[in-house]
Design a protein around this ligand. Sequence first.
Ligand SMILES: NC(=O)c1ccc[n+]([C@@H]2O[C@H](COP(=O)([O-])OP(=O)(O)OC[C@H]3O[C@@H](n4cnc5c(N)ncnc54)[C@H](OP(=O)(O)O)[C@@H]3O)[C@@H](O)[C@H]2O)c1
Length: 207
Amino acid sequence: MSDRDPVSPETRRQRMKVGFIGTGRIGGNLARLLAAGGHEVLLSATNPAGPQQLADELGGSARAMPTLDAIAAAEVMVIAVWWEAFGEIAQQYGTALQGRIIIDPSNPITEQNGEVVALTIPDGLTSPQYQLRRLGSVRSVRTFGDRVADALLTDGQRGQRDGQRTDMRYWSDDPEAAALVIPLIRDAGFIPVDGGGLAESKNAGDA
Ligand SMILES: NC(=O)c1ccc[n+]([C@@H]2O[C@H](COP(=O)([O-])OP(=O)(O)OC[C@H]3O[C@@H](n4cnc5c(N)ncnc54)[C@H](OP(=O)(O)O)[C@@H]3O)[C@@H](O)[C@H]2O)c1
């Protein structure tokens, strides 16, 4: 265990219910890591076929369900949808998400004509600050967005198999929410590293 890892082994063994809105590249691979790390993953997306396929792949306690059911049951919700879709998520699920702990891995990018294009974040906010403003009073922890989905899976699996663990920074303005997410970062195979508050957060590709 790293000296920088602040979470006790006792905390790490606690099994949590982690809900997902979005089971695409990042959501899917994070669900794979957390299921392998001993957590119960509750999977939802727009089209129920994706979550169901993933639940079938993962087996065990992994379950596909409607998003509102996942929000109601989960202790932490991962919102793994495209950056611009957070507005839609706020409209559809904003009320249900109030007061809930969320993980935000989103980066301010979009695709135009097959090209990845950076988006400008309004009002000088960082990405998770802006997403938090859109979602309302959720308890946000920004993490798991710093590498491409394939690297997230391979780095996490290497760490889980007692290979070399890589750092995974997290940012939050809510220490209690961060304390709940820290064991998930470790169980996903990484070394949790406190990056500070949401105002200090970095996106993929930032230094
Ligand atoms: N891909 C990467 O390498 C990577 C790396 C770092 C961070 N990220 C960030 O992770 C986020 C997700 O990216 P991704 O590549 O995983 O996207 P993706 O593969 O396109 O998956 C998006 C997921 O979001 C679901 N979704 C979209 N709108 C929804 C809604 N209104 N309600 C419920 N589910 C909805 C989709 O469900 P349906 O298919 O059923 O519509 C799909 O499961 C983005 O913000 C991105 O910036 C991605």
